[in-house]
Design a protein around this ligand. Sequence first.
Ligand code: ADP
Length: 241
Amino acid sequence: LEDRLIHSERLASIGRLAAGVAHEIGNPVTGIACLAQNLREEREDDQDIAEISSQIVEQTKRISRIVQSLMTFAHAGAHQRQLYPVSLAEAARDAIALLSLNRQGPDVHFVNLCDPAHLAEGDSQRLAQVLINLLSNARDASPPGGTIRVLSEAGEQSVFLCVEDEGSGISREIQDRLFEPFFTTKDPGKGTGLGLALVYSIVEEHYGRIDIDSPTDPASQRGTRFRISLPRYVDATPAEG
Ligand code: ADP
């Protein structure tokens, strides 16, 4: 419990810092990107200038992406929680649709096996964010043509949302650090290391838990399963008639 409290405290203070930094950095970076774009248009005929300004634009995009995730992350705690019934099947459908639009990473098959009867009590936008982060990590870890399954289960008071991939699994050392803000094993252009830190805070907001089932032996061909518990929504209005 103490570890979890320290972790929450750290997340909260990083969140506050992040909000300030992201706000201050966002505008000048957008300025630089516009200037580089102008320069490129002004000097279209000059190959070197075109190349350098494209690189500036690329790098500023990278900064903007980090700033964007910092903002999302920072707003995590500040956000007024709205608790409504959330259909896990619909949340999975929407997240899959969104990721299919953005064709980064290997080609994979997303399969939504969630039971439409399983409802969580939560904030649909925040839960969508959880799914998007888990699914895009699963895609990054997947072999080409791999299948990623989203499943739901229900207990008496909880519902469970599982994301399973056919990737190479996660080693013990990495499993210990997954939820740390800024921890990433991806190329600097790709990962910010904030995805799972955000997932962690959202699940915590919902009084849920996250379990990871992943082979720690890389030779095993089994992939990773993230399993999240959430409070189950139970319709309390008496049935008519
Ligand atoms: P990012 O995706 O930006 O790296 P995350 O916090 O979402 O940040 O993930 C942290 C790290 O956890 C990833 O860099 C990766 O090493 C590991 N990881 C997360 N999900 C998976 C998965 N499904 N399979 C293998 N590794 C994973």
